[in-house]
Design a protein around this ligand. Structure first.
Ligand SMILES: Cc1ncc(COP(=O)(O)O)c(C=O)c1O
Length: 380
């Protein structure tokens, strides 16, 4: 059997990782500013993570959601404390798309409505509802195109308020820092106005923190920079540091109903243990603070490079979620970074390099990256 060929691949086989470094099967070392697409939060193969997941695997890998799993309750308690949402409830699943899928279902179960407002350039995943609220017609199959969604410009509060005033909106879903959309930041005025308008018109506010959350922005959640408390918060990626996991944080106003939501694998013993190990390391190594401090240092160095390099037209982001917009397609620069300078980065659109390193990234690594990027841009 052949693989179903849906991914354009770098011709590189990564076989080992430690911290912010990965190695290929020839022993070549790479600096990782991609983190496997924002998934690696505490760094590759952290010893505490290996120890805890290994020990749990030895004890019990999986049972089912029909029996008590104390690890889930422990995770809910620890996560609530770490992110400042002790009074919220936690529903555990396996991926980001599933988190958004369940958040949208819960919103619709609660207010009985079906219309969703989403942002232009939004990305929320590839399952039925998640892809329907994603602003990319190329990945919405006809079967997903059910007409539930109106896309509006991020930060155009008047446009969102006008739609909400029609009284039929089930939910508004936003990324407070758009990832796939090119590191676009929601403003506090927009976020606060939207939260207030959602309350006024009976709509549910969902913040998709799958890429920008879990410490990446320099606060636990990116929306915490904006002074709002969403009704539902979706997370995935960094929560398990590579162990597939997603979650919905649910405000106390939502009352659970037996059987309404469910999953076979979600919240299994191994996933919860991975998530607990992640929280241990985030706290022990103060990784949210590190994301804020190192991220602002990295942005400063990139802005300094921009001042002397006409190829960089913009540097934007927050914490360790940074976009570098170029005056040309990113493709050649990104390839040069990988194959000549041995640095992994992400990308968005056609011209933006997207940086999503593990949250243990250091200032020395930031300097190293900026020097290697400069070499690539000078060669263009
Ligand atoms: C903001 C955002 N939401 C949702 C998703 C979907 O997550 P998953 O691929 O785990 O389904 C992604 C993935 O890149 C994302 O960046």
């Amino acid at each position: 059997m052949k693989l179903f060929d849906v991914y354009p691949l770098f011709d590189i086989n990564i076989v080992k990782g430690r911290g912010c470094t990965v190695w290929d099967d020839n022993g070549q070392e790479y600096l990782d500013l991609y983190g496997g697409h924002a998934v690696i939060s505490i760094g590759h193969c952290h010893p505490h993570y290996i120890e805890m997941v290994g020990r749990q695997l030895d004890m019990l890998g999986f049972y089912s959601n029909s029996v008590i799993n104390r690890l889930q309750a422990e995770l809910a308690e620890r996560l609530g404390r770490a992110c400042g949402y002790d009074d919220y409830q936690l529903f555990l699943i396996n991926s980001g798309a599933e988190a958004n899928e369940n958040a949208l279902k819960l919103a619709s179960f609660t207010n009985g409505r079906t219309r969703v407002l989403s942002a232009e350039k939004a990305f929320h995943g590839r399952t039925s509802l998640a892809v329907e609220v994603t602003n990319n017609p190329k990945i919405i199959a006809p079967i997903n195109d059910c007409g539930h969604t109106t896309y509006l410009p991020l930060n155009d509060l008047a446009a969102w308020e006008a739609e909400l005033a029609k009284g039929d909106v089930c939910a508004c879903i936003i990324e407070c820092i758009q990832g796939v959309g090119g590191i676009r930041l929601a403003t506090p005025e927009f976020a606060q106005g939207l939260a207030e308008a959602c309350k006024r018109h009976g709509a549910v506010l969902i913040c998709d923190e799958i890429q920008c959350g879990y410490g990446r922005s320099g606060r636990f959640f990116a929306h915490q920079w904006l002074g709002i408390r969403p009704d539902l918060i979706t997370v995935a990626k960094g929560i398990g540091n590579g162990f597939p996991m997603g979650a919905v944080l649910i405000s106390p106003e939502f009352k659970p109903v037996y059987g309404q939501l469910g999953t076979t694998f979600g919240g299994n013993h191994l996933a919860c243990t991975a998530a607990l190990a992640v929280l241990d390391v985030m706290e022990e190594e103060r990784l949210v603070d590190n994301a804020r401090e190192t991220g602002s240092y990295l942005m400063g160095q990139l802005k300094a490079l921009q001042a002397s390099c006409s190829h960089i037209t913009d540097v934007r982001g927050r914490g360790l979620m940074v976009g570098i917009e170029l005056d040309m397609p990113y493709k050649d620069v990104r390839n040069r970074l990988v194959y000549e300078e041995h640095v992994f980065t992400g990308c968005s659109g056609t011209n933006t390099l997207r940086l999503l390193p593990p949250l243990c990234f250091t200032k020395a690594m930031a300097d190293e990256f900026v020097a290697r990027l400069k070499k690539c841009l000078d060669a263009q």
